[in-house]
Design a protein around this ligand. Structure first.
Ligand SMILES: *Cc1c(COP(=O)(O)O)cnc(C)c1O
Length: 354
């Protein structure tokens, strides 16, 4: 792929060390852009100054939601090295989303090369305060000017970058989770396994409800029986029950997280028995009652590992452990973030240097 680079002549001030970054609010000086035209394929790969897009109001993405996105991070090690974490997994997942949404696929190596190229141009934007990173948001939108319902013939693939703070400003902090029993996020045969805006649009109403009740995240149940555990808003969920690590199996309605896959591999390497299977909410309630539900945590790129100390289901509030961070939860967080920031040995070849 031939990438034309046009650098900004008016670079923005970078956030100062120590400045709180939050998540997804600050954007770097450049972005990657590439067009797709039917008959021509992907073309005009370029890095340009970060800027607004000009799109017709009739552009298809605004009407029928034909779009997909990805999310990963770049980390700066103590010696200044810049790392990505398993970007090939994001490239594969991007194409699974593309197939489902009838968006033209992107060669996996081009997806990774685009990310590396734009991260390289803006590498000085990667923050270095502990726990901070550069969030990478690749996405594709349908751009045909047409109100008919059909796959678009033109698309834009864009990668933007956002310096982001540590998810937990003052170290790992347990969160309370609301098990949603009214609305559902996805069903088998739908788009649950893709990263696409529509899934998030469907989730907002329950998120508002949970927040109003003081819970930070929603845990979804299956869309048919509302009986089996699926995943959290933007995280997969795992339980330690009677010493075993248990997580819902990938069934088509759950997003296959890169963090999920990595954590399960680490658990297996550490000798834990890992079960990927159906877990009913009744099983959880029973395990919480008899004390066998030892730990609960979410996994996702943003927080890496997120300890859960409280689960609400209808009139039941399950308190997990002593309300603090589980021992395995903390160990998994330390191991994965250690690999990502280059502080621990990468025995599985997960770190990719930019
Ligand atoms: C992105 C996402 C996850 C986590 O995936 P990672 O690859 O680990 O970041 C989990 N669930 C949903 C719905 C997501 O969109």
């Amino acid at each position: 792929m031939d990438i034309k680079i046009t650098k900004t002549t008016t670079p923005k001030a970078k956030p100062a060390p120590g400045q709180p970054l939050g998540f997804g609010k600050i954007f770097t000086d450049h972005m990657f852009v590439m067009n797709y035209t039917a008959g021509k394929g992907w073309h005009d790969a370029r890095i340009v100054p970060y800027q607004n897009l000009s799109l017709a109001p009739s552009a298809m993405v605004f009407h029928y939601g034909q779009e997909m996105f990805e999310g990963l991070k770049a980390y700066k090690g103590e010696d200044g090295s810049v790392y990505l974490f398993r970007p090939d997994m994001n490239a594969k997942r991007a194409n699974n989303s593309n197939k489902r949404l009838v968006i033209p696929e992107l060669p996996e190596e081009d997806f990774v090369e685009a990310i590396k190229a734009v991260v390289d141009v803006d590498r000085d934007w990667i923050p270095t305060d502990p726990g901070t990173s550069l969030y990478i948001r690749p996405f594709i939108i349908a751009t045909d000017e047409f109100l008919g319902v059909a796959p678009s013939k033109t698309y834009l693939f864009i990668v933007i970058l956002s310096p982001s703070g540590a998810y937990y400003e003052s170290g790992l902090e347990p969160v309370g989770i609301w098990i949603e029993d009214e609305y559902v996020r996805a069903v088998k045969g739908g788009m649950g396994y893709t990263k696409t805006g529509g899934n998030y649009a469907a989730s907002l109403i329950a998120q508002v409800k949970a927040h109003d009740d003081g819970y930070s995240q929603v845990l979804w149940l299956d869309g048919v029986e509302r009986k089996y555990i699926e995943e959290v808003g933007a995280m997969n969920i795992m339980f330690k029950i009677n010493g075993k690590v248990v997580t819902p199996m990938l069934n088509g309605s759950i997003l296959p997280g890169v963090t999920r896959d990595s954590i399960l591999q680490v658990c297996r390497d550490w000798g834990y028995e890992v079960e990927e299977r159906r877990i009913s909410v009744d099983e959880l309630v029973a395990a919480a009652k008899d004390g066998s539900l030892e730990e609960v945590w979410g996994t996702g790129t943003a927080a890496v590992v997120s300890p859960v100390n409280k689960l609400r289901y209808e009139d039941e509030v399950m308190h997990i452990g002593d309300g603090g961070i589980g021992e395995l939860t903390q160990k998994l967080y330390d191991e994965l973030t250690g690999i990502q920031w280059g502080k621990r040995p990468d025995t599985r070849g997960w770190r990719v240097t930019v």
